[in-house]
Structures are given as structure tokens and as C-alpha cells.
Design a protein around this ligand. Structure first.
Ligand SMILES: Cc1ncc(COP(=O)(O)O)c(C=O)c1O
Length: 504
């Protein structure tokens, strides 16, 4: 049994200033400090209130008041006849750092939990790149939403509809769900009612929600190879077992997928515009994918991130329209409006909607209501479709400029991947070239290109993604010359095998 402490064993009590105010609080504070420093250990008996009041030369009631406060806070245990002890439970808690607020303490190394380590590795892929050519998704200048967006936004925000309000529906604002359902029915041949739409914070969240709602830890899933790193990172984070299925000129190779892993529970794909290669999934493959999914009772998650921007003919119809019961469709406003808006949508079979809304509510309840009102009005007034028509023309011109400049200035062995949509082009480098090294050298030279090889799981090919969306023709032309210079000065050395990934 521990002996009872005497006052002189507790140096922290030495700071009590009887002449100053609130002596009871001072005593409580000194005892907390003594416990934190280990001068008083869990389970140890404190001096009696009588002893303390005598040695500190304060009224006994003042000491009693301090003890009662510390009992209420859980620091002390007091039992009639047994005296007052430091609460034994404090032994189970980590001792507070000496000064938890000091900078030194904040930077002290700690053992990260395994999931924290994995998540910390992800953030680099989402750290924005400088907004210089050929960064992807910078809707600046002529392709930024014009004055209509600003004026309408001001008007809607000043109205009662967008005034500060309580929580909203996790499914999203009904006006916006209606506007989106109208839009995707017409422009993407998606078969849906407004009730099947859940508003998200963009497709990144849509991917996460789809994984959460449709799959359980350890389930097998297909992902394209190569694929969008922000998607494969989601599958990893959800502890799913991912099979990477190769992509050829017709899109995902369904037979190969069946040969490797026939019993997957879902396939995550970019059917209209393979990311990053650019081809759509052919009709034969679409049918094969849907037939496999129907046989297996599997889901198809369709990431339709930028198919509004097709330059030859009309956008491809969605896969969802071919089998609305089996396909979960994900759309985003990031490409056609701007990424910082953080608005997108899921279209799912009606019986899944509450589950999507529940998963959404657990993450962040819902998207900001005022922003949803602004977007709903923008769509209802026809401004959204007019905006898409306008930017498609601007992007087409920029794209043509970039293709012409690349054709003129790229060295032998560098080829352009055929594609007719989106906001980026893909350059193939000669076999074995080090695209990651070239991307780093480009950044040092003030341009941004994205290396393709890290997006592959097997048989990586070296290539560079070049975004053209946010840059005027003359900027693109100048940047092509700079890229050529980087290629000339860095050569196309062999690449070591490595994994580093960027998203967006
Ligand atoms: C293929 C693909 N899917 C999803 C996303 C995520 O988009 P969002 O901004 O809507 O989260 C991106 C972003 O670039 C993308 O390229």
C-alpha cells in the first residue's frame, strides 16, 4: 500500500501564491501539474485537507474546494474514511506531453498507425501542380464560366433560397437533382429519374461512395490498367482486392478480366474516355462487360468524367443507358465548370439511393446548399448547356493548335495517341524512356506534364499527358518548344521500375 504523500513531496505546490487571487484554483492547477509530471502517481494517497491547509497556510475549505474540482474532472478519487487518491484510471492514459502546445512537441516523431501511413502517401497525388501549360483542369480565361455564372451566383446567394439554413437532404437539393437528371438523360442517354440522383462533392467522392456502398472489405474488383490513380487509391483504402485488367484499342479487355478474375464483384471503368489513354470502350466490349456483370451479379461503376467534351460528332452514350440496374454512373462538374466547385453526382438504381445518401451523410452530410442552388439555377436557365457549347469550341481550337505544334516539333519516336475528346492529349515516348524523369525535368523548366508509366500496374509504357484546357494557343505553342528543349537536354534514358502516382 503506498504511503500517504506529504506536501514537501509535491514540488508543484511550491508555486502557490496566497497573496494572489483564486487560491483554490491555484491549488487545483498545481495538483494537476503534479499528476502530469509524475510527482503524484495513479492510486497514490494525497495529504489530507487538514495537513495541506496547515502547510500551505490556507483555509481548509479552500483545499476542499480544489479537491472537489479535481474529483469532478476525474483526477482524484475520494472515499469516506479512505482518504483522497489520484484516480487509478489515469495510469491507463498516456502522460500528457510536457507542453502539448509547444512546437517542439508537435514535431516529435510518433508511430503512425498503418492506415495513416498509407493515407499520408496518397496526399502527394492530390497536391495541385503549378497552373502552367500543360497542367490539367485549369479552366482559366476563355473557358472559365463567364459573367452569367457570377451574376446568377450573386442573385441566388442574395435570395432567401440560399440564405443560411439548417442541414439539407444528404441526397442533395431536389431542384438540382431534377436539373441533373434532365441533363444526363438528354446529353448522356442516362436512364434515370431525379430520385435516382445523389449530389456528391465530385467524382472522387462518388468513387469512394460506390466502393463503400457496393462492396465489402476483401471483395475482388476490376480496375483498368492503366487507370486513374485517384480511383485505385480508393479501392486500396477500402481494403478491396483489385485485379488490374489490361486495356487495348477497344478499351477494357473483358476476356482477359474473366481469365484473371471471373468472380469479381464490380468493375470500375471509364467507358467513354479511357483514363489516361483516351479511347472509348467499343460496343462489343460494352456488351461483353455487361453480360459478364449480369452473369456474376456484379456492378459496373462508370466514371464519366469528361465525355461532354467530344470534338468529332456527339458524345458517346453512357453505359448506364444499356443496363440501368447494373451500372452506377458517376458525373462531375469539375471538367465542364471548374474543379474547386466540388460538385458531382451519382446516378444509381433506386433501391441503392438511401444507401448512397447514408454513406454520404456519414462523410460530410451534404454539399453546401447555397452552391447547389446556384448550380440548379444555372442549369435550369439553360446557361450550363450554352457554356458547354461555348467551351467545346474553344477547347477544340486549343487542341488543334497543340496537335499542330506537337506534330511540328516532337522528335522522332514520339507519337500522339489518337483520341477525339477530353482536355488532354497523350504523347507516347520511345520504349524504355523515363517519363517520370522527363516530367520532373519539365517541371524544373516551368512546364507541367504527367508521366503515364506509374498509372500502369503491369507492362508500363512511357508517355506524357498534356493538358491544353486552360491555356491560350500561343502559350501552348511556346510550351511545346520548351518541352522539346527538355527532351533534347534530358535524352530519353531507360526508366527504372517505380511507383509514384498523381491524381486529377
Ligand atoms: C478519370 C477521373 N475520374 C475522377 C476524377 C475526379 O474528379 P472530381 O474533381 O469530380 O472529383 C478525375 C479528376 O481529374 C478523373 O480524371
Amino acid at each position: 500500500m503506498p504511503r500517504r504523500r506529504v506536501t514537501t513531496d509535491i514540488p508543484s505546490l511550491g508555486v502557490i501564491d496566497r497573496a494572489a487571487a483564486q487560491v483554490g484554483r491555484q491549488i487545483a492547477h498545481a495538483l494537476r501539474t503534479a499528476i502530469a509530471k509524475g510527482e503524484l502517481k495513479p492510486g497514490e494517497l494525497l495529504p489530507s485537507t487538514r495537513t495541506l491547509s496547515t502547510s500551505l497556510r490556507v483555509a481548509r475549505g479552500t483545499v476542499t474546494e480544489a479537491f472537489e474540482q479535481l474529483q469532478a474532472e476525474g483526477y482524484l478519487d475520494s472515499r469516506v474514511g479512505a482518504g483522497t487518491r489520484v484516480a487509478p484510471m489515469l495510469a491507463e492514459q498516456p502522460r500528457p506531453a510536457r507542453s502539448s502546445r509547444s512546437r517542439k512537441a508537435e514535431t516529435m516523431p510518433i508511430d503512425l498507425p498503418p492506415r495513416a501511413t498509407k493515407l499520408a502517401e496518397v496526399v502527394g497525388a492530390f497536391t495541385p501542380m503549378p497552373e502552367v501549360p500543360f497542367a490539367i483542369a485549369v479552366p482559366a480565361g476563355a473557358v472559365a464560366p463567364d459573367d452569367h455564372w457570377r451574376r446568377l451566383g450573386n442573385r441566388v446567394r442574395a435570395s432567401r433560397a440560399a440564405a443560411p439554413a439548417s442541414y439539407g437532404d444528404p441526397r442533395g437539393l431536389m431542384e438540382l437533382r431534377r436539373a441533373i437528371a434532365d441533363y444526363v438523360r438528354k446529353s448522356r442517354a442516362v436512364l434515370c429519374e431525379p430520385e435516382q440522383v445523389v449530389i456528391t462533392a465530385g467524382t472522387q467522392q462518388g468513387l469512394y461512395l460506390a466502393g463503400r456502398v457496393l462492396l465489402s472489405r476483401g471483395d475482388r474488383v476490376w480496375a483498368e490498367d492503366p487507370a486513374y490513380p485517384g480511383m485505385t487509391a480508393v479501392l486500396d483504402d477500402l481494403d478491396l482486392v483489385t485485379t488490374r485488367v489490361p486495356v487495348d484499342e477497344q478499351g477494357i479487355d473483358v476476356d482477359a478480366g474473366i481469365a484473371i478474375c471471373a468472380d469479381a464483384r464490380a468493375a470500375f471503368a471509364t467507358p467513354s474516355h479511357q483514363y489516361p489513354l483516351g479511347m472509348p470502350i467499343s460496343m462489343i466490349r460494352r456488351k461483353a462487360l455487361l453480360a459478364w456483370a449480369a452473369r456474376q451479379g456484379a456492378w459496373i461503376v462508370e466514371d464519366d468524367y469528361d465525355s461532354e467534351l467530344r470534338y468529332a460528332g456527339h458524345p458517346f452514350p453512357s453505359m448506364q443507358g444499356l443496363d440501368p440496374q447494373r451500372v452506377v454512373y458517376l458525373g462531375t462538374l469539375s471538367k465542364v465548370l471548374f474543379p474547386s466547385l466540388r460538385l458531382g453526382y451519382v446516378v444509381a438504381p433506386a433501391p441503392l439511393i438511401d444507401a448512397f445518401a447514408g454513406a454520404r451523410a456519414l462523410l460530410d452530410r451534404h454539399s453546401p446548399t447555397a452552391d447547389q442552388h446556384v448550380l440548379a439555377a444555372y442549369m435550369q436557365e439553360g446557361l450550363f448547356e450554352a457554356h458547354i457549347r461555348r467551351i467545346r469550341g474553344v477547347y477544340a481550337a486549343r487542341r488543334a493548335t497543340l496537335i499542330a505544334a506537337l506534330t511540328r516539333h516532337m522528335p522522332d519516336g514520339v507519337t500522339l495517341q489518337p483520341s477525339d475528346q477530353g482536355m488532354h492529349l497523350l504523347l507516347w515516348l520511345p520504349d524504355g524512356a523515363d517519363d517520370v524523369r522527363l516530367a520532373q525535368a519539365s517541371l524544373d523548366a516551368g512546364i507541367v506534364v504527367r508521366a503515364i508509366s506509374p498509372m500502369y500496374h503491369q507492362a508500363p509504357r512511357a508517355g506524357l499527358m498534356l493538358g491544353f484546357g486552360g491555356f491560350a494557343p500561343q502559350e501552348l505553342e511556346a510550351a511545346v518548344l520548351r518541352l522539346r528543349h527538355v527532351m533534347d537536354t534530358n535524352g530519353m534514358q531507360q526508366a527504372p521500375r517505380r511507383k509514384s502516382r498523381r491524381a486529377s
